[in-house]
Design a binder for this molecule. Structure first.
Ligand SMILES: [Mg+2]
Length: 235
């Protein structure tokens, strides 16, 4: 089985900043933090790491208990904010997913800094719910490379468990930030960078992915790699 792991924000879809809005509301209402401190980046990072950084900058103990308080409130706000903001599925995403779904040797999963709940809420809100069989998420991890390792393990377990005795024979990571490129490298994946999020084609190219795309409408080379990798490695 060949696994294709998708990042969510800026790769599959744009929510109009739902995560940021829900984070800001939760910190304001629950922790009394007026504004998210400037300089805390959201792109390509795990929710757990973003939460920790905001707490540290705001004099709040970044404890497990405070994470749980944050998350209980955040999940409810995120659901509401997702329904209020206008976002979009990015160009080429639906066609690419449908093409990959037709390939019996390929399975698609998620590799995201979102919590698992946030990942399900965002994909469901944009009609992509139920299409990703496994994933790595940002509930526990502050380092994206660790999330990539989780996603790889989940893909290996899915390959063995779902269809008998299959082995994972290759992995592709598709994401929109330098952090996606780095974490894809860290698990030995073929890395596709797509410039539909916060980084430009040239910024992404400088990180050394295997392939850089302006958007996912131009997926011929990506699909050719999936096919070639399956022939090279998958029995
Ligand atoms: Mg992203």
């Amino acid at each position: 089985m060949y696994a294709v792991l998708f990042d969510i924000d800026g790769t599959l879809l744009l929510t109009g900043g739902a995560g940021h809005v829900a984070f800001a509301e939760t910190f304001r209402e629950v922790f009394g933090v007026g504004e998210i401190p400037t300089g805390i980046s959201f792109a390509g990072r795990s929710d757990r790491a973003i939460c920790r950084d905001i707490m540290q900058h705001s004099g709040i103990e970044p404890s497990v208990e405070n994470w749980q308080v944050f998350f209980e409130d955040y999940r409810q706000r995120l659901q509401r904010v997702l329904s209020e903001l206008e976002g979009t599925v990015l160009p080429g995403v639906i066609d690419l997913i449908e093409t990959l779904e037709q390939d019996d040797n390929t399975a698609i999963g998620l590799l995201t800094g979102n919590t698992e709940f946030g990942a399900m809420a965002k994909t469901s809100a944009y009609g992509l719910g139920g299409r990703f069989a496994f994933g790595g998420y940002g509930d526990l991890r502050t380092n994206r490379n660790d999330i990539a390792a989780d996603a790889l393990l989940a893909a290996q377990q899915y390959a063995r468990g779902a269809e008998g005795e299959r082995e994972l024979c290759g992995t592709m990571v598709i994401g929109d930030t330098p952090a996606d490129v780095e974490c894809g490298r860290s698990i030995g994946a073929y890395v596709v960078a797509v410039a539909t999020g916060s980084s430009s084609v040239s910024e992404l190219a400088a990180c050394g992915p295997d392939l850089v795309l302006a958007d996912l409408t131009d997926a011929e080379e990506l699909l050719a790699e999936v096919e070639a990798a399956a022939q090279r490695h998958c029995p």
